[in-house]
Design a protein around this ligand. Structure first.
Ligand code: CP3
Length: 353
């Protein structure tokens, strides 16, 4: 592999940054970079439901590549969803307009957990492997491909609630009231996710990201005792696949020390965490990704550039920063805002004019 920081491909820049090796500047990509902020996504989406697009390798690869045709990004994130594994475990999963994800029937009892099935990713999620292969065929070796899954807690919370939730009442009722059933569900999810991530790597994913989008709803003591063990089992298994593993916990500022102890290669910060504090706590143990507030991109481009500069300065020059937003791109973000951030990150790379 190319060792000269001045002539890196996007994929090399990404993988080197994830391993805290010197680069010419941070690689850049965005969570939810494919999707509803792009008019070309709406065109594809008009041909089917969200889950139909996800299960169609040709269309999923097409949507994955769309943002890379428009923007100079270093990585593609495969177009799929964290709810694909619950569907493969036997739940009915739909993304309903104006409601969001709906899963049926919700998991509430030990019997419900027992009814979930183990699945074979090569068979039951063959479409995902094929989408990764098609994406590699289009992008070649110059871009990193990111595979992903939901963290056990976030996946469990969708399975238990049956939809997005503000207070996670059913999930917490099970966690605090029927802990052994809750932990059994978490274990089954990890058992399913390990081969699922392995399948993504077999098909060409260069890096894996684990999304704990709702982990921040728990206090640190509960997170360390009841959530961290299964998450650690997933991270250790994923790292065994010999690709860098990124952990993203939305609203996880109060959990940062616990997350560092889990040993991911990269921690993805949301915008509420001060990158300088994260750097200090990390003490060189992992790379950091993030963490501009997505709503900054609603401001005029000159303001966007200033915020991008402040974000880059906060992470500093130490190797091991992957530029990203603090959460996914939201559908209302203007293309000019996204463009302005990317241009700013690239302009600050060494050797860039
Ligand atoms: O570009 C990418 O990042 C890759 C694709 C991706 C999607 N979802 C596509 C998607 C990824 C990585 C995800 C992860 C995901 N899915 C998360 C974790 C990330 C985060 O934001 O915290 C979560 C919580 C989900 C569950 C989920 N799926 C939600 C909340 C929604 C949106 C529902 C809505 O109506 O707002 C989905 C559907 C979904 N996943 C869409 C996209 C582009 C929109 C579907 C559509 O076209 O209607």
């Amino acid at each position: 592999m190319n060792e000269d920081p001045a002539t890196l491909t996007g994929r090399e820049r990404f993988l080197r940054a994830a391993r805290r090796q010197p680069v010419d500047g941070p690689p850049v990509w965005f969570m939810r970079q494919a999707g509803r902020h792009l008019p070309e996504y709406h065109e594809v989406r008009s041909r089917g439901t969200f889950m139909e697009i996800v299960r169609n390798p040709e269309l999923a690869a097409e949507v994955t590549c769309q943002p890379l045709r428009r923007y100079d990004l270093d990585a593609a994130v495969i177009f799929s969803d964290i709810l694909v594994p619950p569907a493969a475990m036997g739940m009915e999963v739909e993304i309903v307009e104006k409601v969001g994800p709906v899963l049926n029937p919700p998991i509430r009892t030990r019997d419900d957990v027992e009814r979930l099935r183990a699945f074979d990713p090569e068979v039951d999620t063959a479409f995902l492997g094929e989408a990764i292969k098609r994406t590699r065929a289009e992008l070649g070796d110059e871009k990193a491909i990111i595979g992903f899954c939901g963290a056990p807690f976030t996946t469990a919370s969708y399975m238990i609630e049956g939809r997005s939730s503000r207070n996670f009442e059913h999930t917490k009722k099970m966690l605090y009231g029927d802990r052994s059933t809750f932990l059994e569900l978490m274990d089954r999810i990890v058992d399913a996710l390990v081969p699922y991530l392995g399948w993504q790597v077999d098909c060409g994913a260069d890096v894996l990201q684990i999304f704990d989008s709702w982990g921040g709803s728990l206090d640190a003591v509960t997170y360390r005792r009841d959530i961290a063990p299964s998450l650690e089992r997933l991270i250790v298994a994923a790292r065994g696949l010999e690709v860098p593993v990124t952990l993203y916990v939305n609203g996880g500022d109060h959990l940062l020390e616990i997350l560092l102890d889990l040993g991911p290669d990269v921690i993805s910060l949301d915008w509420r965490t001060d990158p300088r504090r994260a750097r200090e706590l990390a003490r060189g143990r992992c790379a950091l990704q993030g963490n501009l507030d997505p709503c900054v991109l609603l401001a005029p481009p000159e303001e966007v550039r200033k915020h991008a500069d402040a974000c880059l300065d906060a992470f500093g020059d130490e190797p091991g920063h992957i530029f990203n937003l603090g959460s996914g791109i939201i559908p209302s973000l203007p293309i000019e805002g996204v463009q302005a951030v990317i241009e700013r990150v690239i302009a600050r790379r060494t050797g860039a004019s």
